[in-house]
Design a protein around this ligand. Structure first.
Ligand code: HEC
Ligand code: HEC
Ligand code: HEC
Length: 338
């Protein structure tokens, strides 16, 4: 009999709590937030930006197109940008033909900026941008360096600035690429780079002769630039190295390396007489204590990739990761210096 009142109280507590939970707002993109974003777009943003329609020349626009904003930006950057907490992207003004002073962009509150980011994610998708169109799970630090070199070689620095040795490098005509690893979505960069005029026609943009691996390197470089948290892949820590076989490595050495480095690693293979610089004399080198990443990079990507002679070929495509791991195991076992 004693416990009845207890049951009654909890009943009266439980029902109101349950009703209250029913009416709690959902954490994301509820109707109220969406109307906040919609109102801002209609009354402010649309004065300068477009949120629908076909891509147009910047000389007919007042600000970058945002039709694909839901797949272009990384959310934390976007929210900070909208709150006025990020540097200008166009250091000489988007419309440099009218003014070369960077604009003072309108700033939103945190709540408004979050609501806007939700709105972008929900409504400003672009079917041309495929999720995980580029896979960076095996992107290495050397790949980023290749991308940086290609970026300069293909004149990208003519119009886009990057940081090099703590200094700005390049012409500030278009978007600055100091922090693209934190600003842009990798899949959007990949699709953009595949054909820039699809997004910015008649705007001074440039179509480069880059495809395949080059496109992967340049896109990966931009997608990781200025992001200290990006975890580069380290192939020499992969299972291929745990499973490496000295025996298989010895066969590879005979079939592929001896033609230059000589059967005993004395640098006296048949090709050596015509080469300068000469093939390294492995028999005199303590390859057992050479850093693993250096050996991997010089063998997989060739002499040029590590600042040595291009006479040392890149073997990655011929031998694959397992072959490179095997021949390294053989080198380490066989050549320990004098
Ligand atoms: C007065 C014109 C103007 C208004 C109003 C305006 N913007 Fe902008 N916006 C710009 C310009 C110009 C840039 C390029 C910024 C630069 O120079 O770095 C820009 C850049 C942006 C970017 C980055 C684009 C990119 O490609 O990197 C986003 C996102 C953005 N604006 C969203 C908004 C939103 C959301 C609103 C409404 C709350 C808004 N803007 C209102 C002119 C405007
Ligand atoms: C002759 C000048 C020029 C050169 C060279 C150039 N670009 Fe651009 N790039 C532009 C213009 C203009 C835009 C469009 C910016 C706009 O109008 O919003 C652009 C935009 C971009 C964007 C989108 C950036 C953003 O945040 O909206 C990427 C990515 C890009 N370029 C990559 C490259 C790469 C990679 C190269 C070298 C292969 C390159 N660009 C060479 C002029 C150039
Ligand atoms: C076409 C000739 C040629 C072939 C084939 C060749 N190499 Fe080389 N290799 C060179 C040359 C030349 C150098 C010296 C580059 C320099 O000093 O700039 C070199 C350097 C090296 C080095 C760097 C040594 C150091 O001290 O930095 C290693 C390691 C190496 N080769 C391993 C191999 C392996 C393993 C193979 C077979 C899979 C191979 N090489 C096949 C020409 C060749």
């Amino acid at each position: 009999m004693n416990y009845l009142p207890v049951i009654r109280t909890s009943f009266f507590l439980v029902v109101p709590t349950f009703l209250f939970l029913l009416f709690l707002p959902a954490p994301h993109a509820n109707a109220a937030d969406e109307s906040v974003a919609r109102k801002l777009i209609d009354h402010s943003c649309s004065n300068c930006h477009r949120f629908e329609g076909e891509a147009k020349s910047r000389f007919e626009l007042r600000a970058p197109d945002l039709m694909w904003a839901g797949v272009k930006f990384q959310r934390p950057w976007l929210v900070r940008w909208l709150m006025g907490k990020e540097d200008n992207v166009y250091q000489k003004n988007y419309r440099w033909d009218i003014s070369q002073t960077p604009i003072n962009h309108p700033a939103l509150t945190k709540e408004q900026a979050e609501a806007m980011a939700d709105y972008f994610e929900k409504h400003l998708q672009d079917p041309r941008v495929k999720k995980d169109a580029i896979d960076l799970s095996q992107f290495t630090e050397l790949h980023a360096q290749f991308g940086r070199e290609l970026f300069k070689k293909h004149s990208c620095t003519g119009c886009h600035q990057i940081m090099e040795d703590d200094e700005k490098l390049g012409g500030p005509q278009s978007v600055a690429f100091f922090n693209t690893g934190k600003r842009l979505n990798k899949d959007w960069i990949y699709r953009f780079n595949s054909n820039p005029p699809d997004f910015v026609p008649h705007s001074g943009e440039f179509v480069a002769d880059v495809s395949g691996l080059g496109l992967y390197y340049i896109t990966g470089f931009l997608a990781t630039e200025g992001d200290p948290d990006f975890q580069y892949y380290e192939p020499w820590k992969s299972e291929h190295f745990q499973n490496a076989s000295t025996e298989r490595g010895a066969t590879i050495y005979k079939e592929y390396c001896a033609q230059c480095h000589g059967a005993e690693g004395k640098g006296d293979g048949p090709a050596a007489s015509g080469l300068d610089p000469k093939p390294a004399v492995h028999s005199e080198l303590p390859l057992n204590i050479y850093p693993e990443d250096y050996l991997y990079n010089v063998i997989y990507y060739g002499g040029k990739a590590v600042g040595k002679s291009p006479y040392m070929p890149y073997w990655g495509l011929t031998l694959g990761d397992q072959g490179v791991a095997d021949v390294i195991a053989y080198l380490r076992e066989t050549f320990k210096g004098n």
